[in-house]
Structure formats: C-alpha cells, structure tokens
Design a protein around this ligand. Sequence first.
Ligand code: MUC
Ligand code: MG
Length: 376
Amino acid sequence: LATEKVSITSLEAVIVDLPTIREHKLAMTTMQRQTLVILRLRCEDGIEGLGEATTIGGLAYGDQSPETIKLALDHYIAPLVTGMDARSVNAVMAHVGKSVQGNALAKSALETALLDAQGKRLGVPVHALLGGAVRNALPVLWTLASGDSARDIAEAKEMLEVRRHNVFKLKIGKRAPLEDVAHVAAIKAALGDRAQLTVDINQAWSEAIATRHIPDLVDAGVMLIEQPIIRSNRRGMARLTQRFEVPMMADEGVQNAVDAFDYAADGACSVIALKIAKSGGPLATMRTATVAHAAGIGCYGGTLLEGTIGSIASAHVFAACENLEWGTELFGPLLVKDDIVVERATVNNFELAVPNLPGLGVSIDEDKLAFYRRDR
Ligand code: MUC
Ligand code: MG
C-alpha cells in the first residue's frame, strides 16, 4: 500500500578516485584527479537511491574532505536514518539536522539519494518532486584552467568548433594580478565575439587588489566576476558590487539560504552561485534560490566538480529554478576521463539535457565502480 511506511535499510558511502583529462589549476589547488563520494541508500521496498558528495582538492577548497564526508555518513548519519520512512524526505533531513551540525556535503548526498529513491518509487523525475522543470536543457560553460594561456586558447577553440561550450570561466588568483589580467586579455583577444568570458578568483584577492584590477578585467572583456575576495568579507563584497557595473557573483560567500538572505540584505552581490553541495541538497538549494528570487537576485548553476550523479542531481534543481539567469557550469563529468555510471552526462550544442526518467535517471556501472573504488 502506498500509505505504508518504507523503511531505510542501509547507507553505503563509497570513495571513488577518477583521473582528470588534464591538470586543473585553481587558486587553492591543482587537481590531477577527482575524488567522488557515492552514496547508495537502500530501502525496504527494494529501491535504491543514489547520491554524491564531492569537493575539490581534499581540504583545500572547503572544510569537508571525501574522507570526512564518508565518516559522517557511515558513523553518524546512517544510524540516525536507518529505520526512518524513506518517503518523508523533509522529516529525515530535519532529524539529521538536529544531531549533525554543518556537513552540508554529506547531507546533500543523503537528500539527493532520498529524492532519487522517491522519484523511482513514484515513477517521476526528481525535478517533478521539486515542483517541475521550467526548462528541459541547461547551458553549460567550460572552465579553462590548464595554467597555460596557449593551451587554454586551443582548448576553447576546440570547444567552439564542436559546439560544446561558448562561455568560458577562467580560474585566476594564483599568479600575480597583472599576469592574470594579461592571461585573460590574451584569451579574449584570441576568441573575440565568439565566446563570453567570466573569471573566478576563488577569494584570492584582497579588496584593495580587487578594486584596482576589476576595471582591467572589464577592459579585457570579462562579463562576470566570481568571488574575488574572502567569503567572510561580506561588506567588502557589498562595496565592490556597488562600485562596479560588472555583475559580482557570490560563491563561497553564499553557502545556503541564510547566507543568501544576509547577502541580499546587504546588497553584497548581484548573482548567487547555487550548489547542491553547499546548501545541503536539492530541496535546500531550492530554498537558497527562493531567497535570491525574493530579493531580485539572479542565480547561476554552480558545481564542486561532481561526476555524473551529482551533476545530474544539480541539473534537476537548476531545471526547476525559475531565476537561473546565468546558466550553469555542470561540466564536472567532462573533466574526468571516466565515470562510474552506465551513461555519462554529455553536453551538445552548448546544452545538457535534463533527464525525464524516474528519479535522477542515472544508474551505476558496477564494474566501473568496482574498478575505481578506493577500497577495492
Ligand atoms: C568554484 O569555485 O566555482 C567550479 C568550476 C571549477 O573549475 O571549480 C569550481 C569551483
Ligand atoms: Mg567559484
């Protein structure tokens, strides 16, 4: 009977190491591989829900690593949720929230897996559980971060040629500001009007350096500036947002709906980067988007470079988010050489199609999972 409880029977968190297609150089780390935490949530009715929690560079990007995510899931979250009704997603998340502070990434994997299971149970895609999609395909940009201007230009030209991406995000902040500005200008000059450019400084600049060099980036043709200064300096973000016409996007500064409220109240950004990992799951991300919407702030579909499971989970959210004005960066599945799913996410004609199958619409390739899992 549909009214009967469906107990959660077990949680399994698996750490997976995947090689990247090239080095990915960010202000805080250089990635040679990507580590995913895949969550398998099993239920009494035989349905399995999938989730993913992934970060960048161990503890370099945030305060949760793959190993601590697995520990939180195995030792703290699994005992709390085992035996609860898998269909009551809000009740499960509220129960976990009472006993587990922070740990948004582990919570995101759990909430994703619950929604995947519930979608499979009801025969509807996850976006339908979020109120329904307002678009069925998402624009996806590509991040140029090889660390070498000539290589980045060749990569971008290739992406334009095959009609995969025509918006590029440049990761800067590692080198001296003037070197970064020259790098950005060289790429824009080589690509011209065929491509749009954004930059992500990942908090690496001081407010003074940002004030000095944002005009240079604008002159070079950058259309959006992401998180130039440290996340704690919300007032500094407000000053930059008010000073410059170029849109200022908050990423690390806005983790969840509460941060979105504070940023909106202070006028501290003009765009918010949503990430299911930061907010703690698809439903939690919808709440962040709702606060942004209420404040008249446009959203951007961000990534922590998840593989297919986490990126498709994000795609369901971004498809359902009305104020997604700035496209997405769900290119994580394309940065890794291989993945642990049967059908990997792909981008064609600059877009990612949002699945319409029950749940996330993604299934695990057991052989690949067995091959790439760290504990094999
Ligand atoms: C971030 O800070 O936006 C997104 C793209 C990329 O290369 O890294 C991420 C994280
Ligand atoms: Mg960012």
